[in-house]
Design a binder for this molecule. Structure first.
Ligand SMILES: C[S@@+](CC[C@H](N)C(=O)[O-])C[C@H]1O[C@@H](n2cnc3c(N)ncnc32)[C@H](O)[C@@H]1O
Length: 374
């Protein structure tokens, strides 16, 4: 593998330092603007190179000692080499830049930042890959296609961390593992710690991974939707699309709530919500949803959507047909969220944009965009 000198100009949305020396473009993970040094190249494609810092000749004043022994090797966290304030500023800048680039918004929309109460020890579920022949279990480094063992990982909640240590002890994980695959350790709603193999969600359906931040998101949604309801003399209809267990609308009791998802978990929220099982990515899912809905639910006043990372390309079409006065778009991948929101601008005004740090130490974050029909 080759080595190459680097000089970091800025950080890209994946948290990698970007170096341009002459015509050489190099992405160096775990570096900061202003840093220089020598990178070990791990992958090259179409003249663009990727690597990690072998040594640093200039160090940023924002660099700190990472609070995890696996950080330099592991690809689970991306930003522990800098302080939390810098991490959150980087995330806000990424969101603001992409908002201008991907939508036709003329005026700048302020971003309301809700920081995390703790940077580590938060995840209530983690997924690890394993290969018995190699005797390895851990996170995957996609550039090296290699499993990095993480027995002292700091990102999970205390009960998950304890279980992780048990699994690494004497290679206990091998007892229940097949030759190759992945396992998930998750806190179930009952508090039980579940271990499952080769399934997308172990605890019987999707659950947000950072409970304290999930409460912040629910609080924001409650405040805004209840304020809208208070201005109306009617009982408002809310569609909670990609609603899973009904998490986001669990406290909304003044409204009529229809929750739609392809998989409604066993542990779902209250009797005030109506649940509909539906594949929202299927052709004609709008018509199918209409046919399933009770009569007085067929037009929403408020549409909440919280799709997977791929987003919901049909949003503009659904908005055109159902004409909600408000759209609340929750996302863990702002690029697809902005793509889906862009065609709405004009018919809708972006009233509020919140960045909630659901995934500290990584480049990921959650956003809530509130749009009002113009
Ligand atoms: C980011 S989660 C949000 C869940 C929920 N809003 C919450 O806060 O817990 C995305 C949800 O999309 C659902 N989903 C994935 N593919 C789907 C599809 N084709 N049709 C409907 N729902 C789908 C998943 O089951 C999951 O519950």
């Amino acid at each position: 593998m080759k080595e190459q000198e680097f000089q970091i100009e800025h950080i890209d949305p994946l948290g990698q330092g970007v170096s341009k020396i002459g015509d050489k473009i190099l992405f160096v993970r775990k570096t900061l603007p202003g840093e220089t040094g020598l990178a070990q190249i791990t992958k090259s494609s179409k003249g663009v190179h990727f690597g990690y810092p072998k040594n640093l000749t200039t160090t940023s004043e924002k660099r700190i000692e990472p609070d995890c022994p696996h950080f330099s090797e592991c690809q689970g966290c991306h930003l522990l080499h800098t302080d939390y304030q810098s991490e959150i500023e980087f995330k806000a800048e990424t969101l603001k830049k992409d908002l201008q680039k991907m939508t036709s918004l003329k005026k700048e929309t302020p971003v309301n930042i809700i920081a995390a109460p703790n940077r580590l020890g938060y995840r209530t579920r983690i997924q690890l890959h394993y290969d018995k022949a190699q005797g390895k279990m851990g996170f995957v480094d996609p550039t090296l296609n290699k499993i990095i063992p993480v027995p002292n990982c700091k990102i999970a909640s205390p009960p998950i961390t304890e279980k992780l240590k048990e699994l690494y002890q004497d290679k206990n994980w091998q007892k229940s593992a097949s030759a190759k695959g992945h396992l998930e350790i998750a806190e179930a709603p009952t508090g039980e710690i579940l271990i499952t193999h080769n399934r997308s969600y172990s605890a019987g359906g999707f659950r947000q991974v950072f409970p304290a931040m999930n409460q912040e998101l629910i609080k924001l949604i409650d405040q805004q939707i209840n304020a809208i309801s208070d201005q109306s003399d009617q009982e408002l209809v809310v569609w909670d699309l990609f609603g899973g267990s009904g998490n986001l609308t669990q406290n909304l009791k003044k409204q009529k709530i229809a929750v739609a998802d392809s998989f409604i978990p066993k542990h779902k929220y209250g009797g005030h919500q109506d649940f509909y099982t539906i594949d929202l990515f299927a052709d004609e899912s709008y018509e199918e949803f209409q046919s399933k809905l009770l009569k007085n639910f067929t037009k929403p006043d408020i549409l909440i959507i919280d799709p997977p990372r791929s987003g919901f390309k049909e949003l503009a079409n659904w908005a055109k047909r159902s004409k909600p006065k408000w759209i609340f778009y929750v996302s863990c991948h702002h690029a697809t969220q902005l793509r889906d929101m862009a065609p709405l601008i004009g018919d809708y005004e972006l009233v509020d944009l919140h960045l909630l740090d659901f995934f500290p130490s990584t480049f990921h974050f959650e956003t809530l965009a509130c749009l009002k029909r113009s």
